[in-house]
Design a protein. Structure first.
Lengths: 997, 170
């Protein structure tokens, strides 16, 4: 039985808006007939692209040799950083900065997974083969991964044009924070570290590019999501006219959550490659590429200082942010921190604010948009602070929230940093949520649990939910003077075109580039209502084509733009069509145009429904009989609205910025229990409410809230891109970067509070898709803080970490308990093992085998060639794999401390496109009976792709390799290592080799 | 298994949703690439290619299998069912599709083929599952858009519809 929390709400003036209309999109998707990039048939002759990527976090590129790859049949072209530097200009970002970014590494690599070479071949398999044959040598440099450490004067520098990794620093003062802090009765300080995560859509990046000799530009098909301001960035980089960069997006995109903004550097690279190969080129990113090198939300360190009164009223706030953007800035970065600038004080009445933003480069994947866009980081800091103040003043945290919230009479409310909060009644939303979500019962559960000595806590979080970004906010990072020089930037234009043909059929196109949000359905509802039709009468096409569509720089799908902006544009375009049709109809009905109504496919006089003409007849007249139209009415029926809101003004001289147009409000509370023996946290109950004004389609809206909850739950408990201190990347598969599944995601109780429509959007709708990104991580963190009485809560809440907090507060449990999850944690950077085995040959023979390159070549698994190098060394090439990754390594092994035929030590390296390893080990040969007991141990450190697939897979692969090597050694020595005929030895081998590594 | 030439292309014959199909594949070609790009059946999606996300789930001789972990040549001679085969004979939604539609159980729809194919097998094995059983049955399918809530409700609805249908015909 369908079970929905948000009720249908149809306004008197609408027929379909507000209804839970099942989605039009499903008709194709549920039949397997969607149109995603990779479903669009490629032209014959289209080449496939693979990338050679950096195994190092920071290194000089010494040489690139693509000779062997180009010699392979079916390989057409390669592009390197040097080609990019010669044929393109660096991709610009919104302010002067010291970073030159070309999409491929030029001279130096700055993060693991960075693309170094792109190769185009006849099919994907050949492209991968070719990539493996490209030899890149590196000179490894020290890396820096912590944003605060990266700002130290002696930190390794990423970019030669800057003497600091802090590439932008801005200081903002709103009100009089100095006085507020000087006069404060109390102050508190908290440091927050927000981790790196993303929402990793199921469909990865996909690009098809072809050179267009007619325009001198390129035709591109990709699942780029906008904003289309970046279209300019691409065209400038490619040194072509913007109009000659034709970008199309197909009708379906498999989720984005922000990530498909930063496809654009790959588009630039593919264009260059297509030109060189003289063929269309296509690239479908794989999962490891996506996880290691596509886009992530910036991790952030924030120092919060709050001034407050003894009753918990906050009188001043100081936020110092170190926002970690990884190796490069790509437009519109560092936007997230500035998008939230106007609401730095959240929904609270705080009139004195100081903000310092450090934008920092580190040796990690560069950042991009991720659902929540700067909000999770900001609100985690602000809402943790509210909870701290409650603890410090001995109050219920909910009372501190209530006390500080803006009151209903204050709307529209101009926040001190510039956001114009359009509408709402935050206190009422809180009370409705408390009531309907039954906070009283939850408190009783908590009290009962605590009475039994269990660790139970309640958390709260409130958030202002901005939607439809002001395209001018990023200019806030420039000084007033720089802004003046650059000219004003503001607004956020949305475009929808509505046309009616000669038989009265309605077509709608728009610039909203959906990735699953149901825009086709919602637009059909809006346009149908304006024209007195049903959604089935309306065909909505949302694939885009920059050469043909109405679009402007704000086009795309991001920052909850659809409900306020695209819905308004659709309303406006449909209204214009309606007005024009009304005028044509009025002449036929003999009534004034403003007395004409549209109902059930008819256009009629308002006071006499029988005085009517069919809708399609007016379509026919407009197209077939221009001569019968009123004098000043143009023929045809096609209206494009370019909708903008006047409230989206530029940054003021005082650095105030109305960062978004419509601001919803969310309020959540939850109860959690911490298991003291293991540190695992269970969400007992989670209640969430969002006032997002008018709801266009409750089925779609609810899907957005529940989806946001799921990814926010992931961010809270599971998801983090992990890097070692040396920049080694550890989260390259979905087995290491865990995301929530149906099995562990708890259900939430959704409360639908009284809506407060936005006065600034056409239908009163505000965005709804990001709310839980803001509230959930900090709501649960506050509950854990409440349960444990701790101050520093760092996400994700992995049991091992939580256990440390439990143990810091509590005496250790009586019995030694291994923390749950500790075993599942990926290993450190080292893979180690040891063992022993029996070989049926005397030590002398085993010794000579081990030192004979020819025999070793037969024994070493995956060995392609091996030769003696130096006095006691080998060099060669091996093909090795771990889990999904497989590749060719250039290996070198040197033996030292040789005591023939007893023991030796060895040290070696293996480098390849998949990564590097440095290892050492030793073996000992002990005569035993007529044979030899071989004892060995090894320890290998890994970097690059191999490391990214994670400890579990690498350890498994290492075990298998050693197992195969030893079997081969026994076989070579004349023994029988076949498991079928020699169970004893095989079992022993398994025990020895499998048990330890 | 017969030995295949590494770089040669070998004929692969399958029955796809009841219709015979034939194409050629190198031994290393994945079944997903074969279905999508040799046969042109793009309903099956690929999202991880390491067996974790379930998006590529198809049924091979009735069993729900991750097609990204199967080589095309291994499927030679098999009967394969995919999302394209779930509709009724007249083209209208089958019970699983209808339940997903009514429950808003998909957004981008990229994960959906995998969920549908996993469920189509699971609901045959367990026609009357509890919510907890469905959660476990679907734990090998990742969705990043929905919060699974709608998918679970759709699964319950589909199970009911399938039971009713079986009641009628059986
Ligand atoms: S694509 Fe096969 S399981 Fe993910
Ligand atoms: S609907 Fe988009 S991933 Fe499931």
């Amino acid at each position: 039985m369908p079970d929905f929390a948000i009720p249908e709400q149809v306004r008197p003036e609408d027929g379909h808006v507000g209804r839970r209309l099942p989605r039009i999109e499903d008709r194709a998707l549920l039949r397997g007939e969607g149109g995603f990039v990779d479903d669009v048939p490629a032209k014959k002759g289209t080449l496939h692209v693979a990338f050679v990527r950096s195994p190092h976090a920071h290194a000089e590129i010494v040489s690139i040799d693509a000779g062997a790859a180009l010699a392979l049949p079916g390989v057409f072209a390669v592009v390197t950083g040097a080609d990019m530097a010669a044929e393109t200009d660096p991709m610009i970002v919104g302010f002067e900065n010291p970073i030159d970014y070309y999409g491929l590494a030029v001279g130096k690599v700055r993060y693991v997974g960075e693309p170094v070479v792109a190769v185009a071949a006849a099919d994907r398999y050949r492209a991968e083969d070719a990539a493996d044959l490209i030899e890149v040598t590196y000179d490894v440099l020290h890396a820096v991964v912590d944003p605060v450490a990266a700002c130290a004067p002696d930190a390794p520098k990423l970019h030669p044009r800057s003497d600091s990794n802090c590439v932008s620093k801005r200081h903002f003062v709103h009100g009089d924070p100095d006085t507020a802090f000087a006069e404060a009765e109390r102050t508190t300080e908290l440091t927050i570290r927000y981790p790196r995560n993303s929402i990793t859509p199921m469909e990865t990046y996909a690009v098809v590019a072809e050179a267009n000799r007619e325009t001198g530009g390129f035709d591109v098909l990709s699942n780029f999501q906008g904003p289309f301001s970046v279209h300019t960035v691409m065209a400038l980089a490619l040194r072509i006219r913007t109009a000659a960069l034709r970008h199309r997006s197909p009708k379906n995109s498999g989720g984005s959550f922000g990530s498909k903004l930063t496809i654009f550097p790959y588009i630039v690279v593919l264009c260059v490659l297509a030109r060189k190969a003289r063929r269309p080129v296509k690239w479908i990113e794989d999962r490891l590429e996506h996880l290691s090198a596509s886009s992530v939300a910036p991790n952030r360190v924030t120092k919060v200082e709050a001034a407050y009164t003894p009753d918990g009223t906050v009188t001043g706030l100081r936020l110092t942010h170190w926002d970690d953007h990884g190796a490069y800035l790509r437009a519109p970065m560092p936007a997230p921190i500035y998008r939230m600038h106007g609401v730095s004080t959240n929904g609270y009445f705080i009139r004195h604010l100081e903000v310092t933003n450090h934008i920092v480069s580190t040796n990690k994947c560069p950042t991009g948009a991720v659902r929540g866009f700067g909000g999770p980081q900001l609100y985690f800091a602000v809402e943790r602070t509210m909870q701290r103040i409650a603890v410090l003043t001995g109050q219920d945290p909910l009372d501190v929230i209530r006390r500080n919230l803006i009151s209903a009479e204050q709307f529209p409310y101009k926040a001190i940093a510039g956001s114009l909060l359009d509408s709402g009644d935050y206190r009422r939303t809180v009370e409705e949520t408390v009531e309907q979500g039954d906070l009283a019962a939850l408190k009783r559960r908590r009290d009962a649990a605590r009475a039994e000595g269990r660790l139970y806590g309640i958390g709260y979080a409130a958030c202002v939910e901005p939607s439809q970004s002001n395209m001018g906010y990023i200019s806030t990072l420039k000084t007033g003077l720089e802004r003046e020089r650059a000219g004003p930037k503001d607004g956020a234009v949305a475009s929808v075109t509505v046309s009616v043909d000669a038989l009265g059929s309605v077509n709608v196109i728009g610039d909203s580039v959906p990735q699953g949000q149901g825009h086709q359905t919602a637009l059909a509802q809006i346009v149908a209502d304006r024209l007195g039709l049903t959604p089935d009468d309306v065909v909505v096409s949302l694939d885009t084509d920059t050469a043909k569509d109405g679009w402007s720089i704000a086009a795309g799908n991001y920052s909850c733009r659809f409900a306020p902006a695209s819905a308004s544009a659709a309303h406006q375009a449909a209204t214009r069509v309606r007005e024009k049709m009304a005028r044509i109809a009025a002449a036929n009905l003999n009534v004034p145009a403003d007395e004409v109504e549209f109902t059930d496919g008819k256009i009629h006089a308002a006071n006499n429904p029988d005085n009517a003409i069919p809708f399609y007849r007016i379509g026919g007249l407009a197209h077939w009989s221009p001569s019968s139209l009123p004098d000043d009415v143009e023929p045809g029926l096609r209206e494009t609205a370019m909708w903008n809101a006047p409230e989206l003004t530029p940054t003021t001289a005082k650095d105030e910025i109305n960062t978004s147009l419509a601001y919803g409000f969310g309020f959540d509370f939850c109860g959690v229990e911490v298991e003291p023996a293991t540190g695992s946290v269970t969400v007992d109950k989670y209640v969430s409410a969002h006032d997002c004004g008018t709801i266009l389609n409750p089925g779609l809206a609810e899907g957005q809230i529940r989806g946001s909850w799921a990814s926010a739950f992931g961010a809270t408990f599971l998801e983090e891109f992990r890097y070692e201190d040396d920049g080694t990347f550890r989260s390259g598969t979905f087995a290491e970067y865990l995301v929530p599944t149906a099995a562990e995601l708890p259900d939430i109780r959704l409360v639908h509070p009284t809506p407060h429509p936005s006065p600034y959007t056409r239908l009163g709708a505000k965005g709804i898709a990001e709310g839980n990104q803001y509230t959930t991580p900090v709501c649960i963190a506050n509950a854990v803080a409440d349960a444990l009485g701790v101050e520093d809560i760092e996400l994700p809440l992995k049991p091992a970490k939580v256990l440390e907090w439990v143990q810091a507060e509590e005496p250790p449990p009586s019995a030694a308990v291994a923390p749950e999850g500790a075993a599942g944690e990926p290993a450190g950077p080292t893979v180690e093992g040891s063992g022993e085995m029996q070989v049926p040959a005397p030590p002398e023979r085993v010794w000579s085998m081990l030192l004979d390159p020819e025999r070793m070549a037969r024994i070493v698994p995956g060995c392609e060639r091996l030769e003696a190098a130096g006095e006691n060394g080998f060099a060669g090439a091996v093909v090795l794999g771990a889990g999904p990754v497989r590749g060719r390594f250039e290996a070198r092994i040197d033996l030292t401390d040789l005591e023939k035929p007893h023991r030796a030590r060895l040290a070696g390296t293996a480098d390849g496109p998949l990564g590097s390893s440095r290892g050492e080990g030793a073996f000992e040969l002990i005569a035993q009976g007529g044979g030899t007991l071989v004892r060995y141990r090894y320890s290998v450190e890994l970097t690059g792709k191999v490391a990214a697939v994670g400890g579990r897979m690498v350890r498994g692969a290492a075990r298998q390799l050693i197992d195969r090597f030893l079997r081969a050694l026994v076989r070579e020595a004349g023994g029988d290592a076949d498991p079928g005929t020699s169970g004893g030895l095989s079992a022993r081998l398994k025990r020895l080799v499998g048990g330890r590594a | 298994m017969k030995r295949l030439d590494r770089s040669g292309r070998h004929p692969v014959r399958i029955v796809l949703n009841g219709m015979p199909e034939e194409g050629f594949a190198e031994p290393r070609m994945l079944l997903t690439d074969f279905l999508r790009h040799e046969v042109g059946a793009t309903g099956t999606h690929v999202a991880c290619e390491h067996g974790v996300c379930g998006a590529c789930t198809v049924r091979i001789d009735g069993k729900a299998v991750r097609a990204c972990l199967v080589l095309a040549v291994q499927a030679d001679g098999a009967e394969i069912e995919t999302i394209e085969g779930l509709a009724e004979a007249d083209g209208s939604f089958g019970p699983l599709q209808q339940a997903f539609h009514e429950n808003f159980a998909l957004q981008c729809g990229f994960c959906t083929p995998g969920f549908l194919m996993s469920l189509s097998e699971y609901l045959e094995k367990n026609p009357d599952p509890t919510v907890e059983e469905i959660k476990v049955a679907l734990s090998g399918n990742l969705c990043r858009c929905t919060g699974y809530h709608e998918i679970i409700n759709a699964s319950l609805d589909a199970a009911r519809a399938l039971r009713e249908r079986r009641g009628q015909t059986g």
